[in-house]
Design a protein around this ligand. Structure first.
Ligand code: ADP
Ligand code: MG
Length: 547
């Protein structure tokens, strides 16, 4: 596709171009450059994926306004998930409507319906509303949507998450078939694709590949940690931070629940949020979280979707997100509204490649950090206590405790009194036993060449003599273990044996799977010995020479 850089190239009328100039838009955003010509030209439906703040409203708003007549008939219906978004979209569209005085009306719950009724009666060309209130009007017969030219589902993923699917279906059933459907969404989960298949005709998919989607105010770090040590690592991270007001993303409802429980048991103000918790209770938990009575929320992606809290200090991926989109979406929860935030991702050694994929695709900078050592933690806590006590002394907020102090001073030495008080107050905090041991992750990735990062080199007792090739070897491993062939790297086949690199976890799996398939009581696959690892380069060199 030809790259379009200028509003003039998109096929918009002079009238609209003038409005764009007045708005101060200099260049179309990528989603605008791609969507506007399609909307002006062909008749296909459109699915557009782009992050928030990329100008999606003007992307559909400009061509829609271009093609809307002032005739008192509702020709455009835009559905948005929340009242704020409905207002926002309506306002943005009003600012684009030129001096043609097309009627644009936001329609949402919580606003007296009379005003809406009056406006609708006079005739409104473009209605922007939340599904619930739109349905109300349809039931009352105060809104007709059987002559639509366009129907837009804005923030479609959010609407599905909020449980609007049935409302949307009801609304759709009252529309005329020959309208054009546009669907915009920040992410494209399967449910959205299904929705599109069910309700849209032939459609074009527009995806704006993220350039730098992640916010610069968010510091992104990752920790390499074995699965079984994740909880301990998390506790240490919480303890070393001065403030930890965070969402923790878990892969499953069960995991979120367990983590919420475990954190509460350990004494943190924590809770879990997921789909198996009743709507009522979820609202209560969210409310507590907003008031900071709960400071750590272990949640599934879906449950955390509607949460918009600007002060979060951290977002933590307890398990690595499934894809770059989801990563971007999750970490967008911190570093909001000009506030700094930290996004933390836990990876197990075998997930290193996945993280690199996310980093590349999301064009994010994710730096590696080490889990704080117990010693570090304890000295940090001591430092903090000294700060806090100094502050109390400065402010002289002693209540009646000076009396106790004089009594104690009558009988003991001051330094011993203070030490005893600290033991009394903070005993548990200073004891290293509070923290469990965290195993080192094998073969720290930075010490190895890039292709060896997080992997084990395997020795396989099959070679050219056994009629084995790289392909066959990878296929064989895949067949026996279901391990994806792209995880099997750097295969070298020699006459009597071969080598391959695989991530740690997969290595164990492969060794196990092939344990019983050896010759002469020798296992077929073992970890390569260090000298064989070194030998790798020697082998290949001598091989090259021979050629
Ligand atoms: P989205 O729906 O993708 O989250 P919006 O449509 O709400 O984004 O637009 C976000 C902001 O960017 C709005 O204030 C809008 O006026 C502005 N904007 C949109 N397109 C452009 C553009 N081409 N140049 C500059 N600003 C733009
Ligand atoms: Mg929008």
């Amino acid at each position: 596709m030809k790259k379009l850089y200028n509003f003039f190239d998109l096929g918009l009328s002079n009238e609209i171009l003038e409005v764009i100039k007045q708005k101060g838009f200099e260049k179309p955003s990528p989603i605008q450059a791609l969507t506007i010509p399609l909307l002006l030209k062909n008749e296909k439906d459109i699915i557009g994926q782009a992050q928030t703040g990329t100008g999606k409203t003007a992307a559909f708003g400009l061509p829609i306004i271009e093609n809307t007549e002032k005739n008192g008939i509702t020709q455009v219906l835009v559905l948005a998930p929340t009242r704020e978004l409905a207002i926002q979209v309506a306002e943005e569209m009003m600012s684009l409507r030129t001096n043609r005085e097309i009627g644009i009306l936001p329609v949402y719950g919580g606003q007296p319906i009379e005003g809406q009724l009056r406006r609708l009666k006079r005739g409104v060309e473009i209605v922007v509303g939340t599904p619930g209130r739109i349905l109300d009007h349809l039931k009352r017969g105060t809104l007709k949507i059987d002559q639509l030219s366009y129907m837009v589902l804005d923030e479609a993923d959010e609407m599905l998450n909020m449980g609007f699917i049935e409302d949307i279906e009801k609304i759709l059933s009252q529309t005329n078939k020959d309208k054009r459907m546009l669907l915009f969404s920040a992410t494209m989960p399967l449910r959205i694709i299904k929705l599109a298949r069910n309700f849209m005709s032939e459609y074009e998919e527009i995806k704006v590949s993220p350039k730098r989607l992640t916010v610069d105010l968010t510091d992104q770090i990752y920790f390499e940690v074995n699965s079984s040590d994740k909880f301990e690592a998390l506790c240490r991270i919480i303890d070393i931070e001065k403030e930890f007001y965070a969402l923790i993303f878990c892969r499953t409802k069960l995991k979120a629940q367990h983590l919420g429980n475990a954190l509460s048991d350990r004494g943190y103000d924590a809770a879990a949020l997921h789909g198996d918790i009743s709507q009522n209770q979820r609202e209560r938990i969210l409310d507590q979280f907003k008031k900071k009575r709960i400071r750590i929320l272990a949640a599934t992606d879906v449950a955390a979707r509607g949460i918009d809290i600007q002060e979060l200090t951290h977002v933590l991926n307890y398990s690595i997100p499934q894809d770059p989109d989801s990563y971007v979406h999750r970490i967008g929860r911190t570093g909001r509204a000009g506030k700094r935030g930290t996004a933390i991702t836990f990876i197990t050694p075998s997930e290193y490649r996945k993280l690199m994929h996310i980093q590349r695709t999301a064009n994010a900078e994710i730096r590696k950090e080490k889990i704080p050592k117990v010693k570090q933690l304890i000295s940090m806590k001591r430092k903090r206590i000294i700060e806090e006590i100094s502050e109390i002394i400065e402010m002289k907020t002693f209540d009646d405790n000076l009396q106790v102090a004089y009594e104690l001073l009558g009988d003991h030495k001051p330094d011993e009194i203070i030490a005893a008080l600290l033991t009394h107050a903070y005993k548990d905090d200073f004891s290293p036993e509070k923290y469990a041991k965290i195993r080192d992750v094998k073969a720290p990735s930075e010490n190895n060449s890039p292709d060896l990062k997080g992997t084990t080199r395997l020795f396989i007792a099959l070679g050219n003599k056994d009629n084995i090739s790289k392909r066959k070897l990878a296929d064989m491993i895949k067949k026996e273990t279901m391990i994806d062939s792209h995880l099997i790297q750097d295969i070298k086949v020699y006459d009597n044996f071969s080598f391959a690199n695989v991530p740690f976890a997969e290595a164990e799996q492969i060794i196990k799977a092939f344990r019983r398939m050896g010759r002469d009581n020798k296992p077929l696959v073992v970890k390569a010995k260090p000298e064989e690892k070194k030998g790798k380069t020697n082998f290949s060199r001598s091989k090259r020479k021979r050629r």
